[in-house]
Ligand binder design. Structure first.
Ligand code: SAM
Ligand code: SF4
Length: 337
C-alpha cells in the first residue's frame, strides 16, 4: 500500500520545482487510444491518434520510471487514453512493479476489461485501480461513453471487490444535464462497500464544452439524502476533499480543477504518451521530450538533467477560471487526466 511520505534522500536527489514543491507523483499516459468515446473527452470520430512508433516503448518507459524513482518519485499512475488497450500492458506493469524504490503503482481505467485481466494486473504489481464510471443507467452510459459497456464496467468493479483489492476509487465526472441527478444513486448502489466515490468537475479540454457543475451543487444533491462527515483523504490523496457518508461504508471526494484551486500543494507532473513532460494539467505550451533524450542514446544521467530542466518550467498555478475563458490546452487522452 502507498506510503504517505516520499523518501527524503533519494539517490539522485529529490525533484524540487521553482516554488519549492517536492514532486514525487507521476501520471504516465501509456497510450492515447481508447475503446470508449466519452463525450467530455473525445469526439466520436476523426480522432488523430499518435503513431505507434511515436509512443514510448516499454524499454523507454522502464528507463524513465527507474530514473524518476531514483529522484524520489514513489508513486506512478498509468493512464491514457485507456491504459488497458495498450498491448502487453501486464508486462509493462510487471516491469514498473519491480522498480525497488516505487511504493505505489496505480492505474486509472474505464474498467471494461478488469473482470478479465484484473487478477493478472494485481499479480504483476499494480497496487490499486481507479475506475471511471459516470452513470449506472445503461442508456445514459451509451449516451455518455458512446459504447454499450456498462455491464462490463460493473463486472470490473465486482471483480476488484471480489479480489479484495480495496479500498477502491470510482471517478465520476459530473456533467450538467447528463448525470447530475445520479450522484446520490452512486452512494445507494455502493453503500455497503469501502469505496471512495470521487465527483470530478468537468474540465474544458479539446472541443468539448459543458457547463461546470461546481462541487457545491453536487454536495447539495448528496445532502438531500445523506449526511456528510469530513474525513481524512485516502493515503496519498491529491487535490480533493473527502467526507464519510453517514450510515454507509462510502467516502465521497470532491475533485475540481476550476472551482477548487489546489495548485499550491501540487506534487505531480505528467508524462504524455509520446514521452513529453507536462508540468501542469491545464497549461504548458512547450513540453520537453524525454523520449527524444532516450532515443538519441541518452544515459540515465542525461535523463535526470533533462527532467530537472523541464521542472524549472512548472508554473505556480494554472490560470483557467470558472468562466472557462482560458480552455485547458492539449487533449486529455494524451495527457491522461
Ligand atoms: N480511460 C481511463 C479512464 O477513463 O479512467 C483513463 C484516462 S481518462 C482521460 C482519466 C480521467 O479523466 C477519467 O476519470 C475521466 O473521466 C477524466 N476526464 C476525461 N476528460 C475529462 C474532462 N474534460 N473533465 C474532467 N475529467 C475528465
Ligand atoms: Fe476513454 Fe477515459 Fe477518455 Fe472515456 S475518459 S474516452 S474512457 S480516455
Amino acid at each position: 500500500m502507498a506510503r504517505s511520505l516520499p523518501p527524503k534522500n533519494p539517490p539522485r536527489g529529490p525533484i524540487i520545482d521553482p516554488f519549492g514543491r517536492r514532486i514525487h507523483y507521476v501520471r504516465m499516459s501509456v497510450t492515447d487510444r481508447c475503446n470508449f468515446r466519452c463525450v467530455y473527452c473525445m469526439p466520436e470520430e476523426g480522432v488523430e491518434f499518435t503513431q505507434r512508433d511515436e509512443l514510448m516503448t516499454f524499454e523507454e518507459i522502464e528507463q524513465l520510471g527507474r530514473v524518476l524513482s531514483e529522484m524520489g518519485v514513489d508513486r506512478i499512475r498509468l493512464t491514457g487514453g485507456e491504459p488497458t488497450v495498450r498491448r502487453d500492458i501486464i508486462e509493462l506493469v510487471r516491469r514498473l512493479g519491480s522498480l525497488p524504490m516505487l511504493n505505489d503503482l496505480a492505474m486509472t481505467t474505464n474498467g471494461w476489461n478488469l473482470a478479465k485481466i484484473g487478477p493478472d494486473l494485481k499479480a504483476a504489481g499494480l497496487t490499486r485501480v481507479n475506475i471511471s464510471i459516470d452513470t449506472l443507467d445503461r442508456q445514459r452510459f451509451i449516451d455518455l461513453a458512446r459504447v454499450d459497456r456498462l455491464d462490463d464496467v460493473l463486472a470490473g468493479i465486482e471483480a476488484v471487490v471480489a479480489m479484495d483489492w480495496l479500498p477502491l476509487k470510482l471517478n465520476v465526472v459530473v456533467c450538467d444535464g447528463m448525470n447530475e441527478d445520479e450522484v446520490a444513486t452512486f452512494v445507494d448502489r455502493f453503500a455497503h462497500l469501502p469505496v471512495t466515490i470521487r465527483f470530478i468537475e468537468y474540465m474544458p479540454f479539446g472541443e468539448s464544452r459543458f457547463e461546470l457543475v461546481p462541487w457545491s451543487r453536487t454536495r447539495a444533491r448528496l445532502e438531500e439524502r445523506y449526511t456528510l462527515v469530513p474525513a481524512a483523504g485516502p493515503d496519498g490523496s491529491g487535490p480533493a476533499n473527502y467526507w464519510s457518508v453517514a450510515g454507509t461504508a462510502v467516502v465521497v471526494g470532491a475533485i475540481g480543477a476550476l472551482s477548487r484551486q489546489f495548485c499550491e500543494a501540487c506534487n505531480r507532473v505528467r508524462i504524455t504518451s509520446d514521452g513529453r513532460l507536462k508540468n501542469c494539467l491545464a497549461y504548458e505550451p512547450q513540453m520537453v521530450s524525454l523520449r527524444d533524450v532516450m532515443r538519441s542514446g541518452g544515459t540515465d544521467d542525461d535523463l535526470e538533467v533533462a527532467i530537472r530542466a523541464a521542472i524549472l518550467r512548472k508554473p505556480l498555478a494554472h490560470i483557467t477560471g470558472e468562466d472557462m475563458s482560458n480552455p485547458f490546452e492539449g487533449e486529455m487522452i494524451q495527457i491522461g487526466g
